[in-house]
Design a protein around this ligand. Structure first.
Ligand code: ZN
Length: 414
């Protein structure tokens, strides 16, 4: 197929420039005659970005297909403008052997409508005891490893894992959490005090950020911090970068958008780990994302069934499902397409070690975004199986209109 995207603002090499974009087969090409196009798309007034990358999502397969499947999860991701996602390994079984991972890669080829890069577990079965066989898994092209959902509670094991992962060219995705401090359901603050709900203090995260980054420094490993939530962690990331530690960091749309003052007590849709913290934390995260201290937005898309989320605040699982509106949430905060480009495209592609600058000959992974369009988040057209989303009814600005993966339209707003 030949697509001509006319008159859009094409984002490449750090800036958006108005010009036409030509796609032929799975590549971006220099040009062709307008009459040769199978379809001409009017992109006047729209931003054309390299396909978004989400470094952190949960597709729930194998094992939890009532929450999400590869098919529904990648469909929701495509609606959110993502053409590549990293899928976390908290599955059942945990794919920690080559034959299981090979099977899953075949399954992805069949089911995924965008590119899914599976993340290897750090430890066998994600049990936090024995290091997983990262050397063998790396032969399948796996380059990221994490025990997301848990941190390794033993510092010496963490150090060994970081050294071993680094020897095999992995980046470790760190879910930084000192579990002995994290015995609660919401952020330890006004809300938990007023309602007598057990709280999770900021130190449960910042203590672990500090430990993990110092261990990474000692063994020379590459570490990426997942879903930062606390202002102390932001200070530590700044310090780590100043010390020359090879680290990057992400923040989720919900930690940028909400604070604990927005949480309705006992409403489990707001129950997420790490928790939504104070306005000062949220503001510190917003500032750090803007300045680039935090490198990327990642969704931590964590779909659950309604039945699971309808349980009591102590029983219901942690997580928010919002991959399909991630860019709209972030754009509503900043109202600046440059932030979308920098933190959904430029930053994550750099961490992947890849380039996508919408230049001739590159793979046609493209996201078309209307930064002016106002939307109301609507349950009726929600794609993910996980309806655990506190944004329903929320007014947002900015909307992905079209997602092209390898020259094929995988989402189009109707
Ligand atoms: Zn996590």
């Amino acid at each position: 197929m030949k697509y001509l995207l006319k008159n859009g603002r094409v984002w490449s090499k750090g800036k958006g420039v108005k010009h036409d974009l030509y796609i032929e087969g799975d590549r971006i090409v220099a040009r062709f005659g307008e009459s040769e196009a199978d379809r001409v798309i009017d992109a006047q007034g729209l931003d054309i970005f390299p396909g978004f990358v989400d470094l952190h999502c949960h597709l729930r397969e194998p094992g939890f297909s009532a929450k999400e499947t590869v098919k529904t999860g990648t469909k929701a991701a495509a609606k959110g403008g993502f053409t590549t996602v990293l899928a976390m390994p908290n599955t059942k079984p945990v794919l920690d052997s080559v034959w299981e991972m090979e099977n899953f890669l075949r399954y992805l080829e069949d089911q995924a409508i965008i590119r899914v890069l599976p993340v290897a577990p750090l430890t066998k079965g994600r049990l936090g005891r024995e290091i997983a066989d990262l050397a063998s898994l790396s032969t399948l092209g796996i380059r990221f490893a994490s025990d997301d959902g848990n941190d390794l509670q033993s510092a010496s094991l963490m150090k060994n894992v970081l050294a071993y992962a680094s020897d095999h060219n992995y980046t470790v995705l760190s879910h930084a959490e000192e579990s002995s401090l994290a015995k609660g359901y919401f952020h330890a603050g006004c809300l938990t005090r007023d309602y007598g709900i057990p709280g999770i203090p900021s130190s449960s995260e910042s203590v672990a950020v500090s430990r993990n980054m110092l261990l990474a420094k000692e063994v020379g490993a590459k570490i990426h911090f997942c879903h930062l939530s606390a202002r102390e962690s932001v200070h530590l990331i700044k310090l780590g970068k100043e010390l020359g530690i090879n680290l990057t960091a992400e923040v989720t749309p919900h930690h940028l958008f909400y604070a604990d003052s927005d949480v309705r007590p006992f409403d489990t849709t707001y129950k997420v780990n790490p928790p939504l913290r104070e306005i000062e934390d949220r503001n510190s995260l917003r500032e750090a994302l803007k300045s680039g201290l935090i490198d990327v937005v990642a969704t931590d898309h964590a779909p659950h069934t309604q039945k699971e989320k309808e349980q009591s605040i102590s029983e219901a699982p942690f997580g928010i499902s919002s991959i399909e509106i991630a860019a709209s949430i972030v754009h509503t905060i900043y109202l600046d397409p440059k932030i979308i480009y920098a933190r959904f495209c430029e930053g994550p592609y750099r961490i992947l070690g890849e380039e996508n600058d919408l230049l001739e000959n590159q793979k046609a992974d493209v996201t078309v975004f209307d930064s002016q369009r106002k939307v109301v988040v609507n349950r009726e057209n929600w794609v993910s199986l996980g309806k655990n989303n506190p944004y329903f009814g929320q007014n947002l600005q900015g909307k992905v209109l079209l997602t092209i993966k390898g020259g094929q339209i995988v989402y189009e707003h109707s």
